[in-house]
Design a protein around this ligand. Structure first.
Ligand SMILES: Cc1ncc(COP(=O)(O)O)c(C=O)c1O
Length: 463
């Protein structure tokens, strides 16, 4: 792969002051090529890379690669670097903690960080009741914790999840994941008894209904949620055996799909009628990404258990399973992790939450609306854009070859990603043919304008 972008002027660069991209070498540059080749020889080939971005440093929304090219990051390390790259407040908290102590393990000892963050999350997560938190290291682990807790507490073993869902790749989480067949291929029977039903994807309604005809605007709720009670609980999942319904309030890897609020309301009602727990997987949608601390809040959903990770510590590995205190009553030894809730990661998380509450949540909401408006303008111009949707800075642009047939355009999507990379803007795909925008919450209008302009050019080239 070697792409030259002749449109970018060369200049002396400084990552510290850069606001917009500057590409000075062919892409990938010589140093990047060398690292990509070494990676190809020694690193697991199971990773999925679309283009060769080789990172050297990051500041705010900007990334410098190993050859000195500067990129505008509209992906944030897959929706993780929520406060931007190496935010000084987060870096300071990490450095201070590293000086004090790095690890002691909350499984067997005490340190202030665990109760400090658990208390904060208890206050921030939806629901006015008291909550407790179990800490892990990754999104999949937060999901594992959530389903283990649900099974432990209900003494039930079946789960309901949604097609298109991504909950992680460990065996328990993989049983819930139904995003891409290749994620399961070769791994034999699934570990858990999960029944998948279609998600509320109104752009591609699996039942060929519309919000006007499916009940989404009525008290009964939409067909895709009602089917859980009307069909699934009556046929394959006896409610007395069903521990939990696991749902992403906004589907992430499945295509950044935003459901109608009545979908989640109806799921909550069905669950309550049958003593089933609702687990919200907010690994991607949480921690301010959507302009609210948790995406559930957009839909007035109060989950019993929340799985959180990604943005929670601005890039340090940390996850949280946050549950109603009356549910998290498991006995010592039932669940724990040596590294989970590491003091350095928690220090980063506490600093992250301060920044979110101190303006970044608001910025996510404002910049998100600004981007959505801009993208809807682009949609008028480019027939390749079938749908634009999102909340805050969790935005999906679904591409189609034909607006009437809605034929997906996966190759075009990948090509647009590469065209944006060549122009210095980092974006990523999700679902079958959706572009996702998940920038750090520090972006400003000028950077949004640049991303919009770049998308406009990239789409025009591909069209
Ligand atoms: C909604 C959701 N849940 C779980 C996960 C798994 O997280 P991790 O890769 O940290 O295990 C992801 C990762 O993309 C996710 O988007």
């Amino acid at each position: 792969m070697l792409w030259r972008n002749s449109t970018m002027p060369t200049s002396s660069l400084s990552l510290e002051t850069a606001r917009l991209p500057e590409i000075i070498t062919s892409l990938p540059g010589p140093k990047a090529r060398e690292i990509v080749a070494r990676d190809a020889e020694f690193v697991s080939p199971s990773y999925t890379r679309t283009y060769p971005l080789v990172v050297n440093r990051g500041r705010g929304a900007m990334i410098e690669d190993v050859d000195g090219n500067i990129f505008l990051d509209f992906n944030a390390g897959v929706a993780v670097c929520i406060t931007g790259h190496s935010h000084p407040h987060v870096v300071e908290a990490i450095k201070k903690q590293v000086d004090d102590f790095i690890h002691i393990s909350g499984t067997d000892y005490y340190y202030r960080h665990l109760p400090d963050l658990a208390k904060k999350l208890s206050e921030l997560a939806p629901g006015s009741f008291k909550k407790r938190t179990h800490f892990g290291n990754s999104g999949a682990e937060a999901v594992e914790g959530a389903i283990k807790l649900a099974m432990y507490k209900t003494h039930r073993q079946k789960l309901i999840a949604f097609l298109g869902a991504f909950h992680g790749r460990t065996f328990g989480a993989l049983s819930l994941t139904a995003s891409k067949a290749r994620q399961r291929a070769g791994f034999g029977p699934q570990a858990l008894d999960v029944t998948h039903v279609p998600y509320a994807n109104c752009y591609r309604c699996p039942y060929k209904l519309t919000p006007e005809t499916c009940g989404a605007h009525e008290s009964s709720g939409p067909h895709c949620a009602r089917i859980i009670e009307d069909l699934i609980l009556k046929t394959t999942v006896p409610p007395e055996d069903c521990a939990a319904i696991v749902v992403e309030p906004i589907q992430g890897e499945g295509g950044y799909v935003v459901p109608p609020a009545s979908f989640l309301r109806t799921i909550r009602e069905i669950a309550d009628r049958h003593g089933i727990l609702v687990i919200a997987d907010e690994v991607q949608s949480g921690m301010g990404r959507t302009g609210k601390m948790f995406a559930s809040e957009h839909f007035d959903l109060v989950p019993d258990i929340i799985a959180s990770a990604k943005g929670i510590a601005s890039g340090l590995p940390l996850s949280a399973t946050i549950a109603r205190a009356d549910l998290m009553t498991w006995k010592p030894g039932a669940h724990a992790s040596t590294f989970g809730g590491n003091p350095v990661a928690i220090s980063a998380s506490l600093a992250t939450l301060e920044l979110l509450e101190d303006g970044l949540l608001t910025n996510a909401a404002v910049m998100g609306d600004y981007l959505l408006d801009g993208l809807r303008e682009l949609q008028k111009k480019h027939s390749l854009i079938g749908d634009v949707r999102g909340r805050g800075l969790m935005i999906g642009i679904e591409l189609v070859r034909d607006r009437d047939s809605k034929e997906p355009a996966p190759d075009e999507r990948d090509q647009i990603e590469i065209e944006c990379f060549k122009r210095g803007v980092i974006i990523q795909g999700c679902g079958t043919s959706t572009i996702r925008l998940s920038p750090p919450l520090v972006i400003d209008r000028e950077q949004c304008d640049f991303a919009l302009k770049t998308l406009d050019q990239a789409i025009a080239v591909v069209e």
